[in-house]
Design a protein around this ligand. Structure first.
Ligand SMILES: [Zn+2]
Length: 500
């Protein structure tokens, strides 16, 4: 027992957490308590143990259980404090990542604008969504991986927002020249820096050919100049993914409402209702903007289409699951749409019974005779692309030999509850102001409030109040006057008018 106590005393005295906060105060209190108990027991240890009475044994047993309780609490508090420490570190890292990406992107934008004359390069994609996710993510202590976190994401940019800039305008030529210079300088190992980051690689990734089977989207990207710039500072790498413009097919321009946010010179903007988007971000819901059913219909309800014309439509549907549905990864598990959406699930345990591939994977429900049957996306794509079905013009369910149609369901977004006001008298209640330097005492404030009959806080807004009372006064005089008032003895009845 004594050895245990001394061991414990030692361990606890080494536990030290230096910051303020409720958790730390509680921790200190618990630590002091337990140290005091140990002290008392140690002082009385020999008298308690030398006399073997029932009473002494009871006291020892009772104290042992008290110590155990404190030990458990300290254990719990220590792990909570560690979590807080981890959280703080995470917040700082995420903050650094956001700030590095923003500053580096802006440096690039300023550079390409100056050299090419293009007007409004915009930042699109994940970075913009994550910036708006951040406050909600902080409120839940960043517990959802990938939500409000820009680390391990590239920065997407689109140089022209309008399609009419495209084709052989001088802009495109200038952009190509700009990137040629970057690529050449990079090959010559010349140092180029955007913000605090140095360029370590520039690559052109323009889609120059598309195979017959590839989806419709890739065809839309054909010959749109596209570049990737990689930059480095210490161990951090930033990747700028730069497209000169959006694909022509507007159906696939935006997949989810939360991905339509973009940052321009003039501020944040979105292609959908920004207020709805923010509400959706809060509840991790997103509205799918693509009419996916159209692809299934196009493939099966068009007349006289060859199989090789039908398959790209279905592959496009498959592409949605393989590439666009990654939004689930960032916490958006609730997907709604004004269109019908394919019924899908994430299979987490059973392997796919066609490809034998292990879970997890996404499975879709099929709309043939085999009702309620799920088909893995791998099997779906396999059936569409593999040679096994090459000799027939049909695209068939592997189980029942009916057409391989996908089941679609309604997932309409819920109507917003909008606060409708009845014509009643509202009660005005002032809210506490933020902490800061107090530069007028209560008495002075009451005095000036009486003087100007203004209900607003003079403390916050004295130059403005002065100006509204004396419209001729300029802002500097108003500030000077405020300072004078501030210097007055804080007593009701000081002759303020003497100064004016
Ligand atoms: Zn079937």
């Amino acid at each position: 027992m004594l050895a245990h106590l001394e061991n414990l005393e030692n361990k606890i005295s080494q536990l030290c957490v230096g910051k303020r906060g409720k958790l730390v105060q509680e921790f200190d209190r618990q630590r002091d308590d337990i140290m005091n108990i140990i002290k008392v027991i140690k002082v009385n240890y020999f008298s308690l143990t030398s006399n073997n009475s029932q009473e002494s044994q009871d006291i020892i047993a009772k104290q042992a259980s008290v110590i155990k309780q404190h030990e458990d609490t300290i254990q719990k508090l220590t792990s909570e404090l560690n979590l807080e420490k981890e959280f703080t570190e995470k917040v700082v890292n995420v903050g650094k990542d956001f700030s590095d990406k923003l500053i580096t992107s802006i440096a690039f934008i300023k550079s390409i604008k100056q050299h090419t004359g293009i007007k409004n390069p915009n930042i699109y994609g994940s970075l913009c969504r994550q910036l708006l996710e951040l406050p909600f993510s902080l409120a839940e202590k960043m517990k959802t991986p990938g939500f409000g976190n820009s680390i391990h994401h590239d920065v997407d940019m689109v140089l022209f927002d309008q399609d009419d800039y495209y084709d052989d305008t001088p802009y495109i030529r200038h952009i190509k020249e700009y990137f040629d210079i970057l690529i050449n300088k990079c090959h010559q190992k010349r140092e180029i820096q955007f913000g605090e980051y140095k360029i370590i690689g520039v690559h052109e990734t323009t889609v120059k050919k598309v195979t017959k089977l590839e989806g419709i989207i890739k065809k839309n990207l054909l010959n749109i100049p596209h570049y990737i710039i990689q930059l480095q500072k210490d161990d951090n790498i930033i990747e700028l993914d730069i497209s000169t413009r959006h694909p022509a097919d507007t159906t696939w321009k935006y997949d989810f409402d939360v991905n339509t946010i973009f940052l321009t010179e003039k501020g944040f903007n979105a292609h959908e209702d920004m207020y709805d988007i923010i509400n959706n971000i809060k509840i991790k819901q997103t509205r799918c903007l693509i009419d996916l059913m159209m692809y299934d219909r196009n493939a099966f309800e068009g007349y006289g289409m060859l199989k090789q014309e039908r398959i790209p439509h279905l592959l496009q549907l498959g592409f949605f699951f393989t590439h666009r549905l990654k939004i689930i990864k960032y916490g958006y598990t609730n997907i709604t749409s004004t269109y019908e959406v394919p019924e899908f699930k994430m299979e987490t345990t059973e392997p796919c019974d066609i490809t034998s591939m292990a879970a997890p994977y996404i499975a879709i429900k099929i709309a043939c005779r085999c009702k309620n049957r799920w088909l893995s996306i791998m099997a779906y794509l396999g059936i569409l692309t593999r040679t096994g079905t090459k000799y027939t013009e049909s695209i068939l369910c592997p189980y029942c030999d009916e057409n391989l149609r996908v089941k679609f369901v309604e997932k309409k977004p819920k109507e917003d509850k909008i606060c409708k006001l009845e014509p009643e008298k509202l009660i005005y209640q002032s809210i506490p102001k933020t902490e800061g330097t107090i530069y007028f005492g209560e008495e002075a404030i009451t005095f000036m409030r009486d003087l100007f009959g203004d209900a607003r806080s003079i403390q916050e807004d004295i130059p403005l109040v002065m100006r509204s009372a004396f419209p001729a006064i300029n802002i500097d005089d108003a500030v000077a006057l405020s300072n004078l008032l501030n210097a007055l003895p804080q007593r009701r009845g000081s002759n303020i008018r003497a100064f004016i």
